[in-house]
Design a protein around this ligand. Structure first.
Ligand code: NAI
Length: 249
């Protein structure tokens, strides 16, 4: 545990599984106490129990729908009140509702915008009060490589992630003087349950498009989060850090 992480508090959204779960685990290993949320009470409690057992840190776990302004803002406020501070906010929760643009339904557009984009604004807004009071903080938003590349069938998702990149730069300019950094991490193809289901051939074809010759692991993304949250990230703000094995540069 370094001086940076001792008694530091990190909130991670969408931490019941996938990339968010590993981000929470790695922050706990680094010594952060956590607040984590997911959609279902059972799965987020299971994640919290596993993290407590492995790292011995305190974990506040809640079922929260980040798409609901009141729910996510209340969770951020509860975290700051419970621990008396909030050092790191990781906006990771995200969904896809893919469809070709001509057929995209209004609800497919709106669900993705509410869950991936508006939630990030609402969480950041609630985090600013405790961070400004402490004259410091780190906000890390999980974007995607497709915000820069585009992707057929993902107009809604690409719009949400592009919006995250733009909000990240705007807030970084607004609150840099308060000692708060705001960055995004844009993962490429990350090996998750979703990519495993595509099968070996599809995974090999994906890997061939990547200069480093493999899909990323959730750990690759988590390592970037821990870096930006820690001492080494202190002079980095307004950036989109691509963690993609070189598939986009
Ligand atoms: P996942 O589907 O495995 O996990 C998503 C997490 O978000 C879960 O914990 C889920 O409970 C939570 N979540 C979803 N909707 C929520 C809501 N309304 N309220 C609260 N929590 C909610 O997803 P994965 O693959 O781990 O992705 C995590 C983030 O990384 C997302 O923002 C995704 O867009 C991004 N990403 C993922 C890539 C990949 O290859 N898996 C590539 C680029 C970006």
């Amino acid at each position: 545990m370094s001086a940076t992480t001792e008694n530091r508090i990190a909130l991670v959204t969408g931490a019941s599984r996938g990339i968010g779960r590993v981000i929470a685990e790695k922050l706990a290993e680094a010594g952060y106490h956590l607040a984590i949320c997911g959609t279902r009470p059972e799965t987020i409690e299971q994640a919290a129990d596993a993290i407590r057992a492995a790292s011995g840190v305190e974990v506040l776990a809640r079922a929260v729908n980040v798409a609901e302004r009141d729910e996510i803002q209340t969770f951020v406020q509860e975290t700051a009140k419970h621990y008396g501070r909030l050092d790191v906010l990781v906006n990771n929760a995200g969904i896809t509702r893919d469809n070709i643009s001509m057929r995209m339904k209004p609800e497919e557009w709106q669900q993705v915008i509410d869950t991936n984009l508006s939630s990030v604004f609402h969480a950041m807004q609630a985090a600013l009060r405790p961070m400004m009071k402490a004259r410091g903080g780190r906000i890390i938003n999980i974007s995607s490589v497709v915000a820069s590349m585009g992707n057929p069938g993902q107009l809604n998702y690409c719009a949400s992630k592009g919006g995250i990149d733009a909000m990240t730069r705007s807030l970084a300019r607004e609150i840099g003087s308060r000692g708060i950094t705001v960055n995004a991490i844009a993962p490429g193809f990350i090996a998750t349950d979703m990519t495993a289901e595509l099968g070996e051939d599809a995974n090999r074809a994906l890997a061939e498009q990547i200069p480093l010759g493999r899909l990323g692991q959730p750990e690759d993304v988590a390592a970037a989060v821990v870096f930006l949250a820690g001492d080494g990230g202190g002079y980095i703000t307004g950036q989109v850090l691509h963690v993609n094995g070189g598939m986009y540069m």
